[in-house]
Write a protein that binds this ligand. Structure first.
Ligand code: THU
Length: 128
C-alpha cells in the first residue's frame, strides 16, 4: 500500500460519522512532499458536515502549502467514492492538474481534477 493510501486510511479511522456511518479519509500531498490529512466530520445539524477532502485542504492551507500535487481519498466501498462537487470546486482553487486517486476496499480509480471538473469556474474566470 502506498504511503498516501496508508495516511488516508489512518485518517479515516478518526472519521466522525455517527449519522451516515460512511467513513472517509484523505491524504493530500504538497509539492515539497509534505502530506496533509483529513477525515469527514458530521454534525447533528446535518448540513454542517465537512468532507475529508476539504479538511485535508484546510490543513494544507493553514500549513502554508499552495502547490498541491496528489490527493488520495479512501472509503470502504467499491467502486470507490469520488470527491463530491463541493470538494472538487474547493480543490480547484489550487490547480486543475491535481492527481486524484479514489481507493475503495478492493478497487481504485484515478483522474485529474480537470477531468472531474470540466469547464471549471476558477480564479481565471474572474478576469475581465
Ligand atoms: N463525504 C466525504 O467526506 N467526502 C466526499 O467527497 C463525499 C462525502 C462524507 C460526508 C459525509 O460525512 C459522508 O461522507 C456521507 O455523505
Amino acid at each position: 500500500m502506498s504511503d498516501l493510501v496508508q495516511r488516508a486510511r489512518a485518517a479515516m479511522q478518526h472519521a466522525w460519522a455517527p449519522y451516515s456511518q460512511f467513513h472517509v479519509g484523505a491524504a493530500l500531498e504538497a509539492q515539497d512532499g509534505t502530506v496533509y490529512v483529513g477525515c469527514n466530520v458530521e454534525s447533528a445539524s446535518y448540513g454542517l458536515t465537512i468532507c475529508a477532502e476539504r479538511m485535508a485542504l484546510g490543513a494544507a492551507v493553514v500549513g502554508g502549502a499552495r502547490k498541491l500535487t496528489r490527493i488520495v481519498v479512501t472509503t470502504d466501498v467499491d467502486p470507490p467514492a469520488a470527491p463530491c462537487g463541493a470538494c472538487r470546486q474547493l480543490l480547484a482553487e489550487f490547480g486543475l492538474d491535481l492527481e486524484v486517486r479514489a481507493v475503495g476496499r478492493t478497487t481504485e480509480k484515478r483522474w485529474t481534477l480537470a477531468a472531474l471538473l470540466p469547464d471549471a469556474f476558477t480564479k481565471e474566470s474572474l478576469d475581465r
